[in-house]
Unconditional design. Structure first.
Length: 147
């Protein structure tokens, strides 16, 4: 199973989802590959936002080794599931799909809702972390049962 988490800049939400999911699948002994990307290229090659790194560290995760990158069409070939954090990301990723098969890999991370972007509000990093962690646990159950 290969899962890609996608947000706007690949510095807040998707790195958290990447780190949380990677940690949880390792705990379960699953050999899934997890990665993250952004739909915008402002932060390519940089670490996640310091606040994302700090909130992950608070919960025992180190995401400081991640490097921001931009989503590209090769991701459709590599990943089984492409989970996006909001409707803008959904539209941006869908616009790059070249087939129904590629479109079928894309979905909102939260099924029918968005993960709020905490970038402009420091107080949102903890609630966003909690939201992402809860959904990652659900996703593991959903994806594992489909194997």
């Amino acid at each position: 199973m290969k899962i890609l988490m996608v947000c706007l800049g690949n510095i807040c939400r998707s790195p958290l989802a990447h780190g949380i999911m990677e940690h949880l699948v390792q705990q379960k002994g699953l050999s899934w590959e997890i990665d993250s990307a952004g739909t915008g290229g402002w932060h390519i090659g940089k670490q996640p936002d310091v606040r994302s790194i700090a909130i992950a560290k608070k919960y025992g995760l180190d995401i400081s080794g991640q490097s921001c990158r931009m989503f590209n069409t090769k991701d459709f070939e590599k990943f089984d599931h492409i989970l996006v954090m909001d409707y803008n990301n959904l539209n941006d990723v869908k616009a790059q799909a070249r087939s129904e098969e590629e479109l079928s890999k894309i979905s909102l991370f939260l099924k029918d809702n968005i993960v709020p972007d905490p970038y402009y509000d420091d107080d949102q990093f903890d609630p966003v972390y909690q939201l992402i962690e809860k959904r990652c646990k659900e996703l593991i159950g959903e994806f594992a049962s489909s194997l």
